[in-house]
Design a protein around this ligand. Sequence first.
Ligand code: NAD
Length: 526
Amino acid sequence: MSGSTALEAAPHVDSALLQRLENRISVPADRDRIEVRAPFTGEVLGTVPDATATDVAEAVERARRAQRRWAEMGLAARSRILTRFHDLLIDNADIAMDLLQLEAGKARVPAFEEVFDTVATTRYYLNTAPRLLRRKRRAVSLPGFTSAWEYQHPIGVVGNITPWNFPFTLSISDIIAALIAGNGVVVKPDEKTPYSAVFGATLLDEAGLPADVLQVVSGYGETAGSALIDEVDFINFTGSTEVGRIVSAHAGKRLVAASMELGGKNATVVLSDADLSRTIPGVARAVYANGGQLCIAMERIYVAETVLDDFIARFVDYSRSLPMTAMFDFSSGLSAMIDSEHLDRVHSHVEDAVAKGATLLTGGKPRPDIGPTFYEPTVLTEVGDDMLLCRSETFGPVVSVYGFSTVEEAVALANDSEYGLNFSVWTSDTDRGVEIASDLHAGTVGVNDGYAAAWSSYDAPMGGMKASGISRRHGEIGLLKFTESQTIAVQRVIPAFAPPFGIGYGLYQRLLGHMLKLLRRLPFYK
Ligand code: NAD
């Protein structure tokens, strides 16, 4: 690093900015304080207040009052503000990226990915919201007598609970859709990484977001997070499957809808015809992105036996060559682990596997010479079902490689997981790749790509099957989930679903039966 502390080394962030961000948090400053540390060095960057349940309830109440005015402003006025935010974020990207490197220990590449993902998501919803939110005429049973329209209303106040691994985009890009639909929002970022979310809020303020529409509360999950679920009208949760189950049950008790983006144990299938010169760097990118602390990163690689030895030798070489630095530039390939507790968890998965007979081909060690929580890119083979690495999410730069003899076997192995988040297939025959992809039980599958193609296809929904989630972000659903749909129907002359002109129900039943059989033959009749 080019300074004695991480904060000194960060070119676009100083303590005055951190102080300004702390002041933007919607929790009284005199509460107990939570230390926020820089993973690159372990130094304390600053402190944020530990919100009580009352603080959270008050933040939601402020957002609720402001939301009504925000919804009444109309889509065009809201879009003008979010367009300014889009441009402001591009202009201030370096600050956001520095903050992400500082508080999350990220290499600059995943910091860049987060920030520009938020820009692109904002653009996508600015372009699609007019179509998605406008009143839609709906088909009716009695054309000419009934007219029906579907309206999209904001739900009210959305609570967004987010993890530490992508703290900017998960806190901000998801709520762009909620805001554009006219909702108020309260974000509860992870206590380890609050600053980047608050920075996003300050850019929205600067863009003209009315006061109080967006609140950011700092605090722990069991207290502040839980209190948020008690108050809001919709929960947008991203985090572990374990906590997702608790959050989902809590939201269920209140009968508020919840969107769940959860964990994974993602699998890559490498076919015998894959071009290894492209596949090796592509798979490595998907394994080591953000030091493996990416929900859609790959932790299992299944390789056709005919190319297994070649793949392993080249993948191990490639993994060893990845640069790892604690620098505020694009030189590093790997992020630090978020904290020493997580480093220990990652290392324990490797130690458990080695103790039970797995073969460690490279890595398997912390790198305190670079920073207190860096961990080497790690590749193992001979990983058995009794090892933690086999089925539990490791969430570090650690991958297991397995062989397969038939594609059916590879698909069965990949699908043999409680999770189904993001998989990939590598082959020279992309049509075959797409066919295999459709047999994989995962919410997104990349063909000749590990995660970025699906992630950056904003018009397509993104999320998990099985224990990896409920609902989706991106696409139409990523906006419409933040709305209540309302049907308004107008009936004229004769009643709907009741006998007209004084005829009895017996005759009406027969006439209706004949009519429905006729209508079934009309392809345009819905
Ligand atoms: P986590 O589940 O421990 O925490 C996530 C958030 O939930 C934090 O803000 C935390 O404070 C809060 N929380 C904890 N207990 C709570 C409770 N009882 N009530 C309400 N809120 C509570 O997750 P993490 O360790 O911060 O993040 C890593 C996990 O997130 C991994 O499993 C990863 O796969 C997953 N993740 C998923 C996606 C996705 O889109 N599917 C994206 C990023 C991360």
